[in-house]
Write a protein that binds this ligand. Structure first.
Ligand code: HMG
Ligand code: MG
Length: 300
C-alpha cells in the first residue's frame, strides 16, 4: 500500500536556478518563494552558501535568505546548502534554521562538484553537523549519483548505502538520494533503495530525481512502492546541474502533484496555484514551463 501523504521539498529556487546563465534578480527569487508558499509548499530550498566563483547564480544567498526569513510563512522550512564551515557560518548569520550538506556516491563527481574526495567531504561535513547541533539547526544530507555518474557510469548501490549511512550516523535527520543525471529507471532505483534501506530507515529517505530521460515520475512511483514518502521537485522542471553536463532539471513539482493526486496521495499543494507559479517563473526566464502537466493545464 502507498503512503497516505507525502512531503514535497521544493528545490526550484536552488537546484532549479543555480544553473541559469542569465542574471536573475533577488526580487524574482524572493517572489518565486512567496508564490510557492502560497501554493502550499512547506519545505522550500532557498539558496546555497557555496563559492560564488563556482556558482555565481547563488552569489546573492545572504540577501535572498534574509529577505525570505524576514517574512517567513508559519510552518515552512527554508533549507540552504552548506558544503563546509564557511558556508554554514554565513547561513547561520543570515538566520538559517535548516541546512543541507551534499556528498556523492562517486569519487569523480565529488571532485568535480566540491573539489575533494568522498572521504574528505565527510570530514568537512562533520564540524558542520556539530556546529548545527549546537545551534539547534536541522541538517539534511544529500547523496549525488545514486543511479549513475556523468564521469564514471554505473554506481554500486552499496556505495550509495555507505555514504547515506555515514550521513545519518553523523546526525542528518534525512538523506536525499540524488539521481543527478536522471539515468535511473524503476528497476535500478528499487535495487538501490533496497541496499540503502539496509543502512537507513526508509522514513529517513527522500528521492531527488532529475528528469533527463523522462523517467523521474516512474522512479517516484517505484520509490513510493518501496515506502519512500519524501520527494524533492522543482517547479516548472527548472534546472540542471553545473557539474553534470546535459542533465535536465529535477522532476517538475506539478508532475509530482499530478501523480499523487491521481493516486489519492495527499501533498497539501494547490495544483492550480503551482501551475500558475510555473508559468510565472518560466515567463520571467523567457521560456515555456518544461513540464507536461503545466503545458496541459495552461492550454485549457
Ligand atoms: P574549494 O576551492 O576547494 O574551497 O571549493 P577552499 O576551501 O579551498 O576555498 C577556496 C576559496 O573559496 C576561498 O576564497 C574560500 O574562502 C572560498 P579565496 O580565498 O580564494 O577568495 N570558499 C567559499 N566561499 C563562499 N562560500 C563557501 C566557501 N567555501 C570556500 N561555502 C567548495 C570548495 C565546496 C566551496 C566549492 O567547490 C563550491 O562552492 N562548489 C559548488 C558546489 C555546488 O554548489 N554544486 C551544485 C549544488 S550540488 C547539486 O546540485 C546536487 C544535488 O542537487 C543532488 C543531486 O541532484 O545529485 C544537491
Ligand atoms: Mg539536484
Amino acid at each position: 500500500t502507498l503512503p497516505a501523504k507525502v512531503r514535497i521539498v521544493e528545490v526550484g529556487p536552488r537546484d532549479g536556478l543555480q544553473n541559469e546563465k542569465q542574471v536573475i534578480p533577488a526580487d524574482t527569487k524572493v517572489s518565486l518563494i512567496r508564490r510557492l508558499e502560497a501554493a502550499g509548499l512547506k519545505a522550500i530550498e532557498t539558496t546555497s552558501f557555496v563559492s560564488p566563483k563556482w556558482v555565481p547564480q547563488m552569489g546573492d544567498n545572504t540577501e535572498v535568505l534574509t529577505r525570505v526569513l524576514a517574512e517567513a510563512a508559519p510552518g515552512v522550512d527554508y533549507p540552504v546548502l552548506t558544503p563546509n564551515m564557511k558556508g554554514f557560518e554565513a547561513a547561520l548569520a543570515a538566520g538559517a534554521r535548516e541546512v543541507a550538506v551534499f556528498g556523492a556516491a562517486s569519487e569523480s563527481f565529488s571532485q568535480k562538484n566540491i573539489n575533494c574526495s568522498i572521504a574528505e567531504s565527510l570530514e568537512r561535513f562533520r564540524p558542520v553537523l556539530e556546529a548545527a547541533a549546537a545551534a539547534d539547526v536541522r541538517v539534511r544530507g544529500y547523496v549525488s549519483c545514486v543511479a549513475g555518474c556523468p564521469y564514471e557510469g554505473s554506481v554500486a548501490p552499496e556505495a550509495v548505502a555507505e555514504v547515506a549511512g555515514t550521513l545519518l550516523d553523523m546526525g542528518c535527520y534525512e538523506v536525499s538520494l540524488g539521481d543527478t543525471i536522471g539515468s535511473g529507471n524503476p528497476a535500478s532505483i528499487q535495487r538501490m533503495l533496497e541496499a540503502v534501506q539496509r543502512r537507513v530507515p526508509v522514513h529517513q529517505l527522500a528521492g531527488h530525481y532529475h528528469d533527463t530521460y523522462g523517467m523521474a515520475v516512474a522512479n517516484i512511483h517505484a520509490s513510493l512502492q518501496a515506502g519512500v514518502s519524501v520527494f524533492d521537485a522543482s517547479v516548472a522542471g527548472l534546472g540542471g546541474c553545473p557539474y553534470a553536463a546535459g542533465a535536465s532539471g529535477n522532476v517538475a513539482t506539478e508532475d509530482v502533484v499530478w501523480l499523487m493526486n491521481s493516486l489519492g496521495v495527499d501533498t497539501g499543494i494547490d495544483l492550480n496555484a503551482l501551475v500558475d507559479t510555473a508559468a510565472w517563473i518560466s515567463s520571467q526566464l523567457g521560456r515555456e514551463p518544461a513540464s507536461k502537466v503545466a503545458r496541459a493545464l495552461l492550454a485549457k
